[in-house]
Structure formats: structure tokens, C-alpha cells
Design a protein around this ligand. Structure first.
Ligand code: G4P
Length: 290
């Protein structure tokens, strides 16, 4: 089988330091950290610095975009994070599925803290949760879903720098929104690629054809039957990503001139259809086996 196409990925480390500083400053005033991940790539959509920064704080993991991920694999990820002592919630923030359980999940994650507050006679003290996530993971959509109409934003709580967004979710639960954190460095080419494929990196800075060829190869390995179903050809394991795109372009009738097919159009079509979930629910990462 051919190698997957390599992509040239740029990243901008400047944002990270600022976001990291903000997180560090505000950690002192929150009870828990809620990390939003993309359920298709829970490993790569996780910022590795959060574990270090939030050490000792209870963490709630939101596996978002479950509508686009393979449910069986999402269940495995849920078990994986649960076995690490974290509270996990599966959501589709776009439709709202799963988001209503968020307050209960926070209370579950913070049951010891709640008992501690009650013992000190501070049972009415609101729980404060910081929400973090890499860009485009669905953080705003998620927050809007759980805040609903009750959203009350203010930046003037004690100990908080002005301009921070506190959002009241319900009685006794406040969220602190933070700017999306960009990856400090891609620890591997693989991480950079799956982030690009799931729109965490702006696709405008990437070679779309290379990206689509890369996606074709991954799909060919993970779920060739989904290519056959959608694009009406059986992927040849000897072909590279560009050749597979050409086969799809032929089936779609994307012809430029006699015998020449429009690979660029097919690349855009594949990326758009994949993002819209038209190929079905596909996870790009599975948790490590025990
Ligand atoms: P951010 O704050 O983390 O940067 O992300 P934001 O909420 O702006 O969401 C980024 C995109 O992801 C949005 O799409 C949003 O609708 C979509 N999204 C968020 N959660 C989910 C989910 O659970 N499932 C799916 N399928 N999509 C989700 P957009 O490109 O701005 O527009 P559109 O997709 O709504 O047309």
C-alpha cells in the first residue's frame, strides 16, 4: 500500500503563550477544568499542556462532534478517559444532544469539593468551571447550548481580570470562557494532519489537493466501504491519494477536457462532504489498547 501524502503545516506559537498565561492565572479561581475535544480525534485535539497546567484540578472531558464520529469508537474513548479518573460527556453541540447533562456531570466530577464546601457551611457557593479547547472544536457552540437563554456574561467577579467571560449556567454553576488554545507544537506529523483534516487548522493555508489526497488514503485504510458507497468505486490499495481522487472525479463526471479530470474540484468536494458527515460517522483515532 502507498504512503499517505505528507502535508506542509504551519503553526503560530505566539497565541499559545498568551492563552497559557491566561489559563494559569485563572486556574486559581476555578474548581474544575472542562476540556472540549473532537470525538473523531480525542488524542490530537487535546492540548498536552492542559494536563500539566491543570494538575490537581478535576477535569471534565467533553467528546464533542459525536454526530461525526463512530459511536463504537467514541464509547471506547469514554471508557479510556473514565478509567483515568475523568468525568466524560458525549455531545453533539450542533444539535444539542448530550449537552443537558453537563451540570450533572460537573457535580459528579466535583462531588468531593461540594462535600467540602458543605462541611464548611459554604454549600451555596457556586461551582466555577473553566472551559478550554483548541480552535474550532465547537467551544462557542457548546457554551451557547448549555447557557441557553440564561446566559449572563460579566467580567467583574472578585479576583478576575476585567474582560473575562463568566457565564452563569444555572443556580450554583458558572463557566469561565477562555480563548481557544492553539497547539504549541505538533508533536508529530500525524497530529498536524488529523488536526488539518478536522478543520482545527485553517484550510486556507493548506494545499487542498494534498489534504484531500491524504484524507482519501486514510479513508481507504479505515473504511474503504464508505468510499465505495459514496463515490461508487472500489478503492485500489495500490493507488495513491491523488489517483483515488481521480477515480472519484471520473465517477462524478468532473471532466476538464477529454481524458482529464478535475482533481481540484474533487478535492474540495471530498473535504466538504467529509465535514458535513456525508460519508458517515468516521473516527480518525482510536484509544490505546489496555
Ligand atoms: P470554537 O468556538 O471552538 O472555535 O468553535 P465553534 O463553536 O465556532 O464551532 C466551529 C464549527 O463546528 C461550527 O461550524 C459549528 O457549527 C460546528 N460544530 C460545533 N459543535 C458541533 C458538533 O457537535 N457537531 C457538528 N457536526 N458540528 C459542530 P461552522 O463551520 O461555523 O458552521 P456550520 O457547520 O454550523 O455550518
Amino acid at each position: 500500500m502507498n504512503d499517505i501524502e505528507k502535508l506542509q503545516i504551519q503553526w503560530f506559537p505566539g497565541h499559545m503563550t498568551k492563552a497559557e498565561r491566561m489559563i494559569e492565572e485563572n486556574l486559581k479561581i476555578v474548581d474544575a477544568v472542562c476540556e472540549i475535544l473532537d470525538a473523531r480525534i480525542p488524542y490530537s485535539s487535546r492540548n498536552p499542556d492542559i494536563a500539566r497546567l491543570a494538575e490537581g484540578k478535576p477535569r471534565i472531558i467533553i467528546l464533542n462532534r459525536t454526530d461525526l464520529a463512530d459511536p463504537a469508537i467514541t464509547a471506547k474513548w469514554k471508557n479510556y478517559f473514565t478509567s483515568m479518573g475523568q468525568t466524560v460527556l458525549e455531545t453533539d453541540a450542533k444539535s444539542g444532544k448530550g449537552t443537558k447533562e453537563f451540570p450533572a456531570a460537573v457535580r459528579r466530577a466535583l462531588k468531593d469539593k461540594i462535600a467540602e464546601y458543605e462541611a464548611k457551611g459554604q454549600g451555596t457557593r457556586p461551582l466555577r468551571v473553566m472551559v478550554v479547547g483548541i480552535p474550532n472544536v465547537g467551544k462557542s457552540t457548546f457554551i451557547n447550548r448549555i447557557a441557553g437563554r440564561k446566559a449572563a456574561i460579566s467580567g467583574d467577579k472578585p479576583g478576575v481580570t476585567r474582560g473575562k467571560q463568566w457565564i452563569n449556567i444555572d443556580k450554583g454553576l458558572d463557566l469561565l470562557d477562555t480563548p481557544g488554545i492553539l497547539w504549541p507544537k505538533f508533536e508529530s506529523q500525524e497530529v498536524g494532519e488529523v488536526l488539518a483534516l478536522t478543520n482545527a487548522i485553517s484550510q486556507n493555508v493548506l494545499d487542498k489537493e494534498a489534504l484531500a489526497a491524504n484524507l482519501m488514503m486514510r479513508l481507504c485504510r479505515l473504511c474503504p466501504e464508505k468510499i465505495t458507497e459514496r463515490y461508487k468505486f472500489t478503492p485500489d490499495k495500490e493507488e495513491n491519494g491523488y489517483e483515488l481522487l481521480e477515480s472519484a472525479a471520473k465517477k462524478r463526471g468532473f471532466l476538464i477536457s477529454k481524458g482529464e479530470y478535475d482533481i481540484e474540484r474533487m478535492a474540495n468536494t471530498l473535504l466538504t462532504e467529509y465535514h458535513a458527515g456525508k460519508l458517515g460517522q468516521i473516527s480518525l483515532e482510536t484509544p490505546p489498547e489496555e
